[in-house]
Design a protein around this ligand. Structure first.
Ligand code: BJW
Ligand code: ZN
Length: 306
């Protein structure tokens, strides 16, 4: 902990690379661990563009289920700790030499952005500053669960839509998805009854990044990772490219890497600090020592899900 805090004090450009473990403490399932989504559901049938082209009904049911879970959850102490670093005055306090902090999250649940908005409002930031800081300091590289995207590339309309259910035909299907992990047990919904683009009425799709698709804001991420001299790797198995490579890029350019994970298997070899345990328990103290900012709404550990 002391070594980490010394590193933090001299770091100039800090990047946090986050994965599903960041939201586990909020009760959102991870992908690969015990109870993970890819242990129950077949990723190739549900999280690829080919799957959506061949059966949009199945894919929409899976994402409706995920939207229903995420919509009921709240940020935890690890989300708030990272969110606080996006506030320039707080960053200066914990890392006096820091010129930048960026969170690159693989998570699509929107909890990091929600935590940041709450923290920023408590610091009395204007809505304009909140929007600018959100754009500059939080990158949701695998898209957003509550974004909806038109499938007609000549339209390309994307919008944020938190309505649940997003269309009447999906109402109640979350219970079938929860109970039946085999997709052949799920109902068939006609494409015309699935979400449609509000601009051109073409079929709409979830605004997330599936296997084989390019990630969001690649060039920005590359420049953030290339200049970083400290990477905080929080709750990711580091198995999915390109996020899996970011910590090595930082280490190879002489930067420091600190890993926060419940499992030491995910920690790659090489020079790094490791904090083994739940990030929602460890990260706030690692960053703020005895001065952890209060976050009255943070989810408590007993709601966690790994
Ligand atoms: C805790 C905790 C607590 C638990 N505290 N810790 C062959 C070789 C190499 C690469 C490829 C390949 N074939 C294809 C590829 C590329 C592919 C890829 O990497 N596949 C691998 C699986 C092999 N990548 C892509 O396709 C990406 N695009 C791309 O690369 O474009 C160019 C390209 C295309 C094709 C070929 C080559 C290049 C896009 C990836 C999109 C990933 N999409 C998903 C779904 C998004 C939408 C959705 O959510 O449904 O993103 S998959 C899923 O995995 C999701 C996650 O963001 C992502 C990463 O998982 P994450 O977050 O690490 O979760 P877990 O569950 O794996 O780990 C959780 C961790 O938390 C664990 O370590 C726990 O121990 C820990 N933990 N509780 C701290 N409380
Ligand atoms: Zn459209």
């Amino acid at each position: 902990m002391e070594a980490f805090q010394e590193i933090l004090k001299r770091s100039k450009n800090i990047v946090a690379i986050a994965g599903a473990g960041l939201s586990a403490g909020s009760g959102i399932p991870t992908f690969r661990g015990a109870g993970g989504l890819w242990r129950k559901y077949d990723a190739i049938s549900l999280a690829t563009p080919e799957a959506f082209r061949s059966d949009p009904s199945l894919v929409w049911q899976f994402y409706h289920y995920r939207r229903t879970i995420a919509g009921q959850k709240s940020p935890n102490a690890a989300h708030y700790a990272l969110a606080s670093l996006s506030i320039p005055s707080v960053l200066k306090r914990v890392a006096p030499n820091a010129e930048s902090f960026t969170l690159v999250t693989q998570n699509i649940d929107g909890l990091s952005t929600r935590a940041f908005r709450e923290v920023a409002q408590r610091h009395s930031l204007s809505e304009r500053d909140i929007d600018n800081l959100t754009r500059d300091t939080i990158i949701e590289m695998h898209g957003r669960l509550f974004d909806v995207l038109c499938t007609d590339s000549s339209c390309g309309h994307r919008e944020h839509n938190t309505t649940n259910p997003i269309c009447p035909a999906l109402a109640g299907t979350e219970e079938i998805t929860e109970r039946h992990h085999e997709i052949d047990e799920w109902p068939a919904i006609a494409p015309l009854d699935l979400p449609r683009c509000p601009k051109c009425d073409a079929l709409a799709r979830p605004g997330v990044v599936w296997f084989g698709e390019g990630i969001q804001r690649t060039y920005t991420i590359d420049s953030v990772v290339e200049k970083a001299d400290l990477a905080l790797v929080v709750g990711t198995s580091s198995t999915v490219y390109p996020a899996s490579g970011y910590q090595s890029i930082v280490a190879e350019s002489g930067g420091n890497v600190a890993v926060f994970n419940i499992d030491d298997d995910t920690i790659s070899s090489g020079r790094h600090l490791s904090f083994i345990g739940k990030c929602e328990d460890i990260l706030p103290t690692a960053l703020f020592g005895a001065d952890v900012p209060e976050h009255p709404k943070a989810v408590k550990g007993d709601e966690s899900c790994t």
